[in-house]
Design a protein around this ligand. Structure first.
Ligand code: ATP
Ligand code: MG
Length: 381
């Protein structure tokens, strides 16, 4: 629909990038990119629902039936400084020029509405060889934009392809330029990479070329991931990096919620490294986080305690402090204490006793236990 609409107004337009590549490989694709000779304002004039997502880069998102399509004007990247994104982009007239600025041969294939494929840079042959190869001189292409190096690993992780030899050599030569790339862009690529099924393939090549040395603050010990056989996701990989280096929490641009999760996993991991999971862990962190932490132990070749955790959860006597049958107000009334800190100590004590089933959650039992506790610890108070 989009392509036909553009064509009927005299513009050229094709499917490009991941959608064409993935269609030829017969695999599912995440998004659809379209390349066109129409300029941004010309695209915008032709569709009802459009969002100007990257004016600087000539990109408009067209929304049809809730689906988002990235429509980008033919362009070349004008100049680069410091291996970052281009400083400015120049629109170009020909499809060929637009394709030449793209990263890999397998990402420059275009398709028209009839399903005809145009292949200007030998992409089909590389699809057959299952290899990732830059368009043109890889040394120059990575010097222009260092992020492409991580993209190479990302596609290796998605497609189970190898990275072509000269392209690997260029990554070795330019890997330190990754420090010029904004963390958000690096994180985005890593996140995709660690969610793809063939990540171990990519991780092995990353280790061979020493990508971990180029991103020391973000990638912990990548070696610890390479022998993992169980399926895991990006969240698990980032949690492992956080455990290896707690500062990772601040280096990445995590959301507040993600930060909380990684901090909790970090704390619980340390508490359970040499000790069993306790009922108070389920009480404090919840079942889901305990299972996540246990998975990290398992991925790092430590004991799997999933069964014990499930059992602790199923037999947990109470889930909230307010479920105690002898509460703060009862302590004030019966034990005649007013000091908040002291009340807190007593409640913590009762809670732990109930969670460990050393006490039944009955008012009389709790009252008696509180009195004994108080008489023992009165001096400390
Ligand atoms: P995915 O399946 O993840 O969407 P994709 O190949 O479509 O993979 P995108 O990030 O959506 O990747 O980018 C679309 C296309 O834009 C790529 O296929 C490639 O042609 C081009 N491209 C994207 N980023 C770069 C870059 N940093 N340098 C050169 N070309 C790029
Ligand atoms: Mg895409």
């Amino acid at each position: 629909q989009i392509i036909q609409q553009l064509q009927s107004h005299g513009y050229e337009a094709y499917f490009v990038g991941g959608y064409v590549r993935d269609t030829l490989l017969n695999i599912e694709t995440q998004d659809i990119d379209i390349t066109t000779s129409a300029k941004v304002h010309e695209v915008m004039a032709l569709f009802d629902k459009v969002v100007l997502t990257g004016e600087k880069y000539g990109t408009v998102t067209v929304i049809i039936d809730g689906y988002h399509f990235e429509v980008t004007t033919y362009r070349k990247d004008a100049s680069y400084s410091d291996s970052r994104r281009p400083d400015e982009v120049n629109y170009v007239q020909s499809l060929q020029e637009d394709l030449a600025r793209r990263d890999f041969t397998i990402n420059q294939l275009v398709m028209d509405c009839q399903g005809n494929i145009l292949d200007h840079f030998n992409g089909k042959a590389d699809l057959k060889k299952q290899q990732i190869k830059t368009i043109g001189d890889p040394f120059k292409r990575f010097e222009e934009d260092a992020l492409r190096m991580l993209r190479a690993f990302r596609f290796a992780a998605k497609l189970n392809f190898t990275i072509e030899d000269t392209t690997v050599q260029a990554i070795e030569a330019y890997k330190h330029h990754l420090k010029y790339i904004a963390i958000e862009r690096v994180q985005d690529e890593l996140n995709k990479l660690f969610n793809y099924p063939h990540k171990t393939n990519a991780i092995n090549t990353m280790l061979q070329v020493g990508i971990d040395q180029a991103l020391p603050e973000l990638l912990g010990d990548l070696n610890s991931l390479k022998n993992i056989t169980e399926a895991y996701q990006a969240e698990d990989a980032f949690a492992i990096f956080v455990i290896q280096n707690r500062d990772c929490i601040n280096h990445y641009k995590f959301s507040k919620k993600q930060q909380r999760t990684y901090k909790d996993i970090y704390n619980l991991y340390l508490q359970t490294e040499n000790h069993a999971f306790q009922p108070e862990h389920i009480f404090q962190y919840g079942l889901e986080l305990c299972l996540k932490t246990n998975k990290i132990h398992r991925l790092l070749n430590q004991n799997d305690r999933e069964k014990a955790i499930q059992e602790l959860d199923q037999t947990l006597p109470i889930r909230r402090t307010c479920e105690l049958t002898f509460k703060g107000e009862d302590i004030i009334k019966t034990l005649k204490i007013k000091n908040r800190k002291q009340i807190g100590f007593i409640i913590d004590y009762l809670l732990l006793e109930v969670l460990h089933k050393r006490l039944e959650n009955k008012p009389e039992d709790l009252k008696k236990a509180a009195e004994t506790y108080l008489s023992k610890h009165l001096k400390e108070f």
